[in-house]
Write a protein that binds this ligand. Sequence first.
Ligand SMILES: Nc1ncnc2c1ncn2[C@@H]1O[C@H](COP(=O)(O)OP(=O)(O)O)[C@@H](O)[C@H]1O
Ligand SMILES: [Mg+2]
Length: 416
Amino acid sequence: MDTTEFASSDFSGLEGSILFKQNYMSIANIVINQGGTSSGKTYAIEQVLFSLACANEKLVITVVGQDIPNLKAGALRDALNIYYSSAAIQAMVKSFNKTDRVFEFHNGTIIEFKSYENGQDAKSGKRDYLFVNEANGVDWSIYTELALRTRKKVFIDYNPNAAFWVHDNLIGKPGVQLIISDHRHNPFLPQQVRDKIEDLRGVDIERWRVYARGLTGKIAGLVLSNWHVCEYVPEDAKLLAAGLDFGFSNDETGCILVYKQNGELWIDEVLYETGLTNPDISKRLTAATISKSTEIVADSAEPKSIEELKRLGWYITGAKKGADSVKNSIDILRRYRLNVTRQSVNLRNELASYKWKTDRSGKTINEPVDSSNHLIDPLRYVALNKLGANKLNKTKSWLPQVNASVYDFAKMHLLN
Ligand SMILES: Nc1ncnc2c1ncn2[C@@H]1O[C@H](COP(=O)(O)OP(=O)(O)O)[C@@H](O)[C@H]1O
Ligand SMILES: [Mg+2]
């Protein structure tokens, strides 16, 4: 592996973290960045890629993600931030093609952002540098085909929710470097984001280990595993309602639309944003072309916000929460196949980390972790108000029967 390219790079106008330095200086063939949330992994690796691109002619650099919406919300957004924050880089870049997602440099180098369907698909093209962003969303078969066709170096990053092919096949092998980071390595993070990450310690220790410390978690205990990615909501699906969760400074305001078709639910993310006032929410709903006659089921813990949106003309009701409503709504959602649109990146992230709580000894408790649920909670609200009643009645009507049969059993076998 040739490192002279790094030394000769004309890297100006950017501030790097320690992670940048480590990735930049690495002489490994494969540099793995495992880390907690917001440690600066993606940003640092892309700064390295940009500096390589500026310093070297005719390189092909490929950034790969699970799919295009994921890239847009993550690696591509970071890349555009880097690009816009450096006049030096802007001077080196000839064009950015938004449709094809390619930066083309004056020196003939390109940085392309791509996703692949399968291993076969990934056989097309060769490159000098490869960056696999959020690698736990990319199949091993895709990775191997891409890595085979990479001449110089591979960078990988991910949050270690659970062990996957990186742990099974790469870490510990010769030429592979593992860098573990967390938010403390990112000096560019606002204190309130840091506090929110550290607060996870009080929410769920397992989640804190993964997201605040970058340590590998265990997959056990996912609350909803009955969800799948779909491309779009079928045209003949019936809109049940929108679900809305209020956030503000630290927590996102989340909104989803829930549809039903053929006994399956179809869910589309509408809104996931901090800092929204109620008039802002109203504007966002209008912009998302939600009709004023669409029922919105919102968090009933905020009657004032509900009333405010009602006065702005929305058809909004509070979720019928009650004792056990969290567990009940999860039970309802588990009865359906949940189809989540590909563009619902934040909902997909929440579902993939929606876990049962663990106690100090690591045993799961029958209660989901109360964090990263700003889109899952609205989904539960819709379940409670729009799917709950008849199904729950049915469940209730079984109860006496169950009791009766237990009684019958006891009568037959014990009382005689
Ligand atoms: N070198 C940097 N300069 C400016 N901002 C940075 C830098 N590194 C990280 N950041 C900020 O920190 C945020 C989180 O970094 P990111 O790379 O997305 O984290 P990760 O990929 O580890 O989750 C970025 O969105 C950006 O705002
Ligand atoms: Mg990232």
